[in-house]
Design a binder for this molecule. Structure first.
Ligand code: PLP
Length: 441
């Protein structure tokens, strides 16, 4: 059967499968762009009957070329040798579609390695479990995606892991104070600061975290071996590359912009091998790898991710320019129109685009916001974001319903906040829709 591996002969040992041929990543001195590499990187048609696109490899297990090869592959799986398996073993560990996907995801973030998961939350939970032991402290920015915050506060706490959080815009000074407090807290619990976990921009407020300041504070107060992980779902992979600014591990819900068609659920992490390997070991044990069909769909999505995100970003800029002065709109939480000087400075250093997910503050409260949402004709009323279609939702009553009122107020999740994710429709059609829905308020 054709696989990504060179066909072994009887006399030569099988060659490692992951580099079946030298990958073309440059033309002369010119490094190829991610959008070019998305069409073929990591896949050799010659290994699959010449199929231009990778087949979906629906198999639970893979035949070894020899007993010695099987042993070698298991050494990689079990961690006897670092860096993961050289060959395909069993579909809870790896598979051709997932490995091609992981190779291509790494390219966008400039990472050595990536791991794909069955959901963004699986990626986040396995990542945290891989790094935390009883007595440890996680320091995180706030707000986080509600399920991430819940996993830290309600699940990890049952295993003796505690947390400290800080507001997204915190300064270098404030960050150092929080990390020093976390260090004392960990010492008193007989543990360590296990991870600094960020989400930027935060959902749904779009507050940005200063990744460079977090790195500097980490280096000053803790040690460089405390990983900084960041959920980059809202701006990645196109508009923010956190590994360039001091993060060690980048986390995605691929369900959003990367998948981009609201038709799959998946997640990933990427970073240097030293950070990824412990997570791979736990994924090997727990499972949670994306299935082959989902991985295949994501390969298709990655071919257009730059096109889709660029168009959605342009549309969002046009829609926000219209909403900004609308009499029924009180304000906007859009990264293209930041008022706060500190936030503007972080944006300028970290982001290459303002994204297409933002908050609209409707004049009034829940009733007015609901009337607006119920009047939309093109935009669909649904949670999630980053799809080809425009979506709108009400965080206080939906995604963040379980957040206590006091914390909601602190985080700025008000009753008149409507979250919008702009898609790739015609911008003027969207403006007409928003206008008529606002006039119905
Ligand atoms: C959706 C989302 C998640 C969770 O991802 P799933 O794929 O739904 O599990 C995590 N973080 C952010 C910022 C998200 O928007």
């Amino acid at each position: 059967m054709p696989t990504r591996q060179d066909a072994p002969t009887q006399h030569t040992p099988p060659t490692p499968r992951r580099k079946p041929k030298p990958e073309v990543t440059t033309i002369g001195n010119r490094p190829l762009s991610p959008q070019t590499l998305m069409m073929g990187y990591g896949y050799d048609p010659a290994l699959s009957e010449g199929a231009l696109k990778p087949p979906v490899f629906l198999t639970s297990t893979f035949a070894f070329e020899s007993a010695a090869a099987g042993k070698r592959h298991f050494e990689g799986i079990t961690g006897k040798r670092p860096g993961g398996a050289e060959g395909l073993v069993y579909s809870r560990f790896n598979g051709p579609n997932q490995e091609i996907l992981e190779d291509r995801l790494s390219i966008w973030d400039g990472a050595d390695d990536a791991l794909c998961f069955s959901s963004g939350m699986t990626a986040i939970c396995v990542l945290m479990l891989a790094y935390c032991s009883a007595g440890d402290v996680i320091v995180h920015s706030g707000p986080l995606y509600a399920a991430s915050e819940g996993f830290v506060a309600r699940t990890l706490s049952r295993f003796g892991v505690t947390y400290l959080d800080f507001p997204a815009g915190a300064s270098r000074e404030d960050l150092e104070a929080v990390l020093a407090q976390a260090k004392d807290m960990a010492a008193s619990q007989g543990g360590k600061v296990a991870m600094i976990y960020l989400e930027s921009p935060a959902n749904p407020t779009n507050a940005l975290v200063d990744i460079e300041a977090v790195r500097d504070a980490r280096n000053a107060v803790l040690a460089a071996n405390v990983p900084i992980a960041i959920d980059n779902t809202f701006l990645g992979p196109l508009w923010q590359r956190p590994l360039d600014h001091g993060a060690d591990i980048v986390v995605y819900s691929l369900t959003k912009y990367v998948g981009g068609h609201s038709d799959l659920v998946a997640g990933s992490i990427a970073g240097a091998k030293q950070w990824i390997d412990p997570v791979r070991m736990l994924r090997n044990t727990m499972g949670g790898i994306a299935d082959p069909n989902t991985a295949w769909m994501l390969l298709r999505s990655l071919e257009t991710v730059e096109l889709r995100m660029t168009r959605a970003g342009e549309n969002a800029a046009k829609v926000c320019a219209f909403l900004k002065d609308h009499p029924k709109v009180e304000g906007l939480g859009y990264l293209g129109m930041i008022a706060d000087a500190r936030q503007q400075d972080i944006f300028r250093r970290h982001c290459s685009g303002a994204g297409s997910t933002f908050s609209v503050f409707i004049k009034g409260g829940e009733a007015e916001s609901f009337r607006f949402l119920d009047s939309l004709k093109i935009a669909k009323l649904a949670v999630s974001l980053g799809g080809t279609e425009t979506l709108a939702s009400h965080p206080a009553a939906m995604t963040h319903l379980s957040v206590p009122d006091e914390r909601k107020t602190k985080l700025g999740i008000t009753d008149n906040l409507v979250r919008v994710s702009i898609g790739i429709e015609d911008a003027d059609d969207l403006i007409a829709d928003f206008d008529q829905a606002l006039m119905a308020v």
